[in-house]
Design a protein around this ligand. Structure first.
Ligand code: SF4
Length: 495
């Protein structure tokens, strides 16, 4: 057996997700996908939250000294700090050569050591438990007795009012008992990983669920590069296990559906679209739906951003903060469209102006058409809660919402081009030709949130202007798309 590789906490979690990923990470890291902006954003959030949590135990010394690659130095410095009586250590490093971990917070309380791992989530997740158990193992191996090891995460019930209250912002979960109870499991897995790495050959593992759960693997592009699109690529509305069965049995028509495989009515509709290119239309339900609409009609869409640490008063960790809306108004059927838009101006809290403008521009009468009502309904409820002076009017507005997604979610209209999805990004191009998100700089809501977030740090006026134009164009597309979808539904009943 050659010298054992050092397995860090993140490598251990990676190896638990997929041994091949661990092998590639150690031996062929250049095959990784480029880090997307969204992933980088998640990393940044993790680091920022970790730094903020240091305020739970102020006055500590950072053992990593900001140079995580210098492992030996960090481990030696940690030992030096412990021996020297330093009671609070940030990024304390431990390693026995085979394993390595950096502990976010190491604190001596009443003469005994306690360790704290900080996560930017709002709950303890399954993979956090493994994470904690691994760190417990490494620290004990190093010879430091720990009386407690805990996971610190954001408290989703915390409401900011004035300066951040660090003690209320974070929740501490003691997990020593759990960490102790799975030590044998950690050791077994470490042995399996070390054995695999020492063999010097990557394991032959097929792509599957593990490529995206619990995280998207950064070798996704490499491992999936030879996979060709087939009939089922991108198909929604059918359980993944059934799709796998269709693929493995070569099913391309109803006659070939494996005997004994039950299909729901909705799955049948999707498969009729896929196998036979058939649409579905339920005129009675579409008519009833259209009959509910009251003019003037408003087509409304929100964009939101989430801040892990609340930036503004009356907001909570990861609250969906509306920063933008697009609104098209139509006085009567077939009438001219009037467009209104709002886009916040960082670093101001966008919500007060958002509410004032929205309430004026939506008036007091007429249906407010949204796509996926739960989202806008919930945001309006939160705005009413956080800004009670407007609560009554926001509640009234909420009562006027009509969900344009309903006819598609319930398959009153189904087209093969929807491929089982009722998201507006699939429904719109399936119904209307010549209108597409692909020409826009921003093509989906998460990207809009990231770009709005970048405005807080962007010093360049030209870049800010461009980003604002793109955000406005993207949001307007959603409401224009709704206008077009409604037109299609109306025209269907005329033909
Ligand atoms: S993409 Fe999937 S199979 Fe490939 S290394 Fe990652 S998890 Fe393993």
């Amino acid at each position: 057996m050659s010298a054992l590789a050092t397995i860090s906490k993140s490598s251990f979690i990676r190896g638990k997700q997929c041994l091949k990923s661990l092998y590639l990470h150690i031996n062929e890291p250049w095959l990784k996908d480029e880090i997307s902006e969204a992933k980088q954003h998640v990393f940044n959030i993790g680091h920022e939250t970790g730094r903020l949590a240091q305020q739970l135990f102020p006055g500590g010394i950072d053992a990593s000294r900001g140079r995580p690659q210098e492992v030996k130095e960090a481990v030696a410095f940690t030992q030096q700090l412990i021996a020297g009586g330093q009671g609070v250590i940030y990024e304390a490093a431990f390693s026995d050569g085979e394993t390595l971990c950096y502990m976010d917070l190491l604190v001596k309380m009443d003469g005994e050591w306690q360790a704290f791992e900080v996560k930017a989530s709002t709950a303890v997740k399954d993979y956090h438990l493994l994470d904690i158990a691994f760190q417990y193992h490494v620290i004990l191996q190093s010879g430091l007795p720990l009386t407690e090891i805990s996971l610190v995460h954001l408290n989703k019930k915390y409401v900011r009012r004035g300066e951040i209250n660090i003690d209320q912002l974070f929740t501490v979960n003691c997990l020593r008992d759990h960490a102790q109870s799975i030590q044998a499991y950690v050791e077994e897995n470490l042995l399996e990983m070390q054995t695999m790495l020492a063999a010097g050959q990557g394991p032959d593992i097929a792509t599957g669920k593990q490529c995206t759960q619990p995280f998207e693997c950064d070798f996704y592009g490499y491992c999936h590069q030879d996979e060709k699109d087939d009939l089922f690529t991108g198909l929604k509305g059918i359980r993944a296990t059934k799709i796998e069965r269709f693929r493995s049995t070569g099913t391309t028509c109803f006659d070939q559906v494996p005997v004994g495989m039950p299909l729901t009515a909705k799955e049948r509709t999707v498969l009729r679209g896929l196998f036979e290119n058939k649409s579905q239309q339920d005129d009675d339900n579409i008519r009833q739906f259209l009959g509910k609409l009251e003019y003037p009609l408003y087509f409304l869409d929100f964009e939101t951003i989430m801040f892990p640490v609340p930036l503004y008063d009356e907001s909570r960790p990861y609250q969906q903060m509306p920063f933008q809306y697009s609104l098209h108004r139509q006085e009567h059927p077939g009438g001219e469209l009037q467009h209104h838009a709002f886009l916040g101006c960082p670093p101001e809290d966008p919500r007060p102006e958002f509410i004032k403008r929205l309430l004026v521009e939506t008036g007091t009468e007429g249906s407010v058409v949204v796509y996926n009502k739960t989202f806008e309904w919930q945001r309006l409820r939160e705005l009413a809660r956080d800004f009670p002076a407007y609560a009554h009017r926001l509640q009234q507005l909420n009562k006027r919402l009509v969900d344009l997604m309903e006819p598609f979610r319930k398959q009153w209209l189904y087209m093969p081009g929807m491929k089982g999805s009722y998201s507006i990004k699939r429904v719109l191009p399936a119904l209307v030709t010549g209108i597409s998100y692909s020409d826009l700089e921003i093509q989906e809501g998460n990207a809009a949130g990231l770009i709005y977030g970048s405005l807080y740090r962007d010093p360049d006026p030209a870049s800010i202007r461009k980003k604002r134009e793109n955000l406005l164009a993207y949001c307007e597309m959603d409401t224009l798309g709704m206008v077009e979808i409604l037109k299609v539904l109306n025209n269907l009943l005329l033909t």
